[in-house]
Design a protein around this ligand. Structure first.
Ligand SMILES: [Mn+2]
Length: 291
């Protein structure tokens, strides 16, 4: 049975949040996973993080980590200092994940998020190679700590490095580590892939994590535009046992609205109760189709 989860940003306008309250909330909604970001957790004390991990454990909630590396942490940067900062940030994150009992790390983790090339055509192979070299260093710690490092395939506006499942397969081949897997996300696939099912089949056993959302990042819905039967059918075909994490962002405002570029109320003025109901409906549909 695939565990079903949600990114914590759905319920927040800022990246900082009360994670303990949020664990209780997603438990009440009936989900299995809360996906969190490294930066707000790194800013807490170890004691505070331990309390969060303990609450998650008591409630049977798995914590997964998803990152969007900053421009000053770009693992593909020409500047060695910037690459080293990114490597150190990732290793610091692995350390707290290990302490908190978490083992899934993903997101825009091979280069800077929201920083596509601005110079037109470049020698992409050199950029990819710098990123791979950085990630190879990171994979030593991932192996030692039993952490899966999933490379998220994101659309062209958020990164220039890996926009399709095919590019991700070539990238992971270069990294050449059993702990290096791929994260596909329906929101990005909808923009870049010719076929949802073919992309999922191509990645096959290398699929480590899966993000779901509608084309405008509403929660998955029976009346949505995504071909959920095709998507879940392909996941079943490859015997995907991993997590399926919703990443809906539908409210304007704050750091989340700014970074995700939510410039209107996509929620159709949903109340907090209605926001939770949308997620409950999505989880019910996903469980039914994946079951
Ligand atoms: Mn995603």
């Amino acid at each position: 049975m695939n565990k079903i989860g949600i990114h914590f940003g759905y319920f927040n306008t800022d990246w900082n949040t009360d994670f303990i309250r949020q664990i209780g909330q997603i438990k009440r909604i009936g989900l299995d996973i809360l996906e969190v970001a490294p930066a707000p957790l790194l800013a807490l004390t170890k004691k505070e993080r331990d309390a969060i991990a303990e609450t998650a454990k008591e409630n049977g909630i798995t914590l997964t980590f998803s990152v969007g590396l900053g421009a000053d942490q770009d693992l593909a940067s020409e500047d060695e200092n910037v690459r080293n900062r990114g490597i150190q940030f990732t290793l610091d994150t692995f350390k707290i994940m290990s302490e908190m009992g978490a083992n899934m790390y993903s997101g825009v983790d091979i280069g800077a998020w929201n920083q596509p090339f601005t110079t037109g055509v470049v020698d992409k192979s050199a950029v990819i190679q710098r990123s791979v070299n950085s990630v190879k260093e990171i994979m030593k710690a991932a192996g030692a700590l039993g952490i899966t490092f999933a490379v998220e395939v994101v659309n062209r506006y958020e990164s220039s490095l890996v926009n399709t499942a095919k590019e991700a397969m070539a990238y992971v081949d270069m990294v050449d580590s059993p702990n290096c897997k791929i994260l596909l996300d329906t929101y990005h696939m909808n923009i870049e892939e010719d076929s949802f099912a073919d992309a999922i089949r191509l990645v096959g056993g290398r699929l480590g994590h899966f993000h779901v959302g509608e084309s405008n990042r509403r929660p998955p819905a029976r009346n949505g535009r995504m071909p959920w039967d095709e998507i879940t059918g392909a996941l079943k075909e490859i015997h995907y046992q991993g997590a399926v994490v919703m990443e809906p962002f539908i409210k304007m405002g704050g750091e989340v609205g700014r970074d995700i570029k939510v410039w209107r109320d996509i929620s159709q003025d949903a109340s907090p109760e209605e926001m939770e109901q949308l997620v409950k409906n999505a989880a019910a549909m996903l469980r039914e189709k994946l079951g």
